[in-house]
Ligand binder design. Structure first.
Ligand code: AMP
Length: 391
């Protein structure tokens, strides 16, 4: 998620700059001013309560603002992030924003402050008044709006300054120059977010080797649960011993063992741009667990990849591998291979379908050499890091 608040006096250009940010990062745009005008037009209860205050240039009560925000946020449960315009306008609203973000398991990335002197704000608003048709675009109301801004809204800057989230931009530059500055800030924030990828594919599709190579190229932590379990066994830890006896008895490793290992890796990962999961989630239950774990780190699955290989080719590859040194203990016989393919079909395919319905799954043609498939995978993954660089 990328969450930005655009800040500045009336007429600073917040609305104008919002348009490209929303488009470039596919954000949910929340302008409390627009939402209030919608309520006014619909003559709703909230609209009626707010009408006189808006007409006088005052600030609408925080109670009304919370209600319209909650309603709008609830309508966009899968948003990539939020762009707030005209909010928070008071210190109380800054706390409200914290609460709203916490509820979504995320946080504000930055507050972009468009700096424009009062005389310039007045000049722009009077110019806008000629065409806007807004009841609050006339000189005496404008003066009152600016007074409210100085008294109630400016202190919000200090709140974010202390958190290190305030980013100033000279709002007197041309629209394009301001856009460049805002764009640079957004891109920096965007690239800071952890990216998380999930790679699916039938056994034998090459998902493990592809995911490992992608992890290396893109600086992602390779989260392969099978490997984590093997490391525990090799290190002879208590967990490793437990896993070994489960393996020997042909039993599955329960989620209670796997989840803490993933959690530990997520916590200890340093200097990584994100995570790439292979072999997890394998079941619907695990997919919910993963969503929960990622939320804790302020992210969700940024991209879900499925490497597709026709069944006959899978069988040939697994059979070939079973006769080399690379043979895995779980692949050393036709019966075991068929069982693994069936497990994937029954338990994991529904997980891929779930992600498909939620966010879409990127399908990769897995036929051909390792290098050929890698080029296809890497091209898709690269798009995750380039969004902020579109012109
Ligand atoms: P705007 O379109 O952001 O300039 O907002 C127009 C008017 O709506 C303001 O002058 C306020 O009366 C009201 N308003 C918009 N956002 C807020 C907010 N976050 N808190 C209080 N009042 C607001």
């Amino acid at each position: 998620m990328l969450n930005i608040a655009l800040f500045g006096p009336p007429g600073a250009g917040k609305g104008t700059q919002s348009e490209f940010l929303v488009d470039q990062y596919n954000l949910c745009y929340i302008s409390t001013g627009d939402l209030l005008r919608k309520e006014l037009k619909a003559e709703s209860k909230l609209g009626k309560e707010a009408r006189d205050i808006i007409a006088s240039g005052g600030l609408v009560s925080d109670e009304i603002i919370v209600q319209i925000l909650e309603k709008t946020i609830a309508e966009h449960p899968h948003a990539n992030g939020f762009l707030f315009d005209g909010f928070p306008r008071t210190r109380i609203q800054a706390y409200i924003l914290e609460g709203l973000m916490t509820k979504l398991n995320t946080s504000l990335d930055c507050l972009v402050n468009l700096e424009v002197p009062e005389a310039e704000s007045v000049r722009r608003l009077l110019e806008r008044a000629k065409t806007s048709g807004r009841s609050d675009d006339n000189e005496s109301v404008i003066r009152n709006r600016l007074k409210e801004y100085d008294e109630k809204t400016l202190p919000v800057l200090d709140f974010y300054q202390k958190k290190g989230l305030r980013m100033d931009v000279d709002g007197t530059q041309t629209v394009e120059e301001v856009r460049e500055d805002v764009s640079r800030i957004a891109r920096e924030q965007y690239n800071k977010r952890p990216v998380s990828l999930v790679v699916f594919g039938y056994p034998g599709s090459g998902r493990g080797s592809q995911a490992k190579a992608l992890a290396e190229e893109f600086g992602l932590e390779f989260m392969a649960t099978g490997r984590m379990l093997d490391e525990e066994i090799a290190a002879g830890t208590p967990v490793g011993k437990q896993v070994q006896s489960l393996y020997e008895n042909g039993q599955l490793v329960p989620d209670e063992i796997v989840i803490p290992l993933i959690e530990r890796r997520l916590e200890n990962a340093k200097n990584v741009r994100g995570f790439i999961f292979k072999g997890f989630p394998r079941t619907l239950v695990q997919s919910y667990i993963l969503d929960g774990l990622l939320k804790k780190y302020g992210c969700s699955a940024s991209m879900v990849i499925e490497i597709e290989v026709p069944v006959l080719e899978l069988m040939e590859r697994l059979d070939r591998r079973s006769r080399t040194d690379a043979c895995m203990p779980y692949d050393n016989g036709t019966e075991k291979i068929v069982r693994r393919l069936r497990e994937h079909e029954i338990k994991t395919v529904p997980v891929i379908q779930k992600y498909g319905e939620l966010h879409g799954v990127t399908k990769i043609d897995g036929t051909g050499s390792f290098e050929e498939v890698y080029v296809r995978c890497a091209a898709e993954v690269r798009t995750l890091f380039q969004v902020g660089e579109r012109s």
